[in-house]
Design a protein around this ligand. Structure first.
Ligand code: ZN
Length: 59
């Protein structure tokens, strides 16, 4: 199931770790920071620290 960017409501893939699209992510954090946040979130969820779906509720 796709989810939506919290900023522009664009649909993003359900497996996207952040609830923002790439374009908004770059606008908000800058490209480098966005990529860093994403890889941090990914490794956190890969190691089981984040339950799938909990990211949506935190925002
Ligand atoms: Zn967006």
């Amino acid at each position: 199931m796709a989810k939506k960017c919290i900023y522009c409501k664009t649909e993003i893939p359900a497996d996207e770790v952040l609830d923002v699209c790439e374009r908004c992510g770059h606008g908000v954090w800058g490209q480098k920071m966005y990529e860093a946040i994403k890889s941090n979130m990914k490794s956190a969820s890969d190691s089981g620290n984040l339950m799938q779906g909990s990211i949506t509720q935190k925002f």
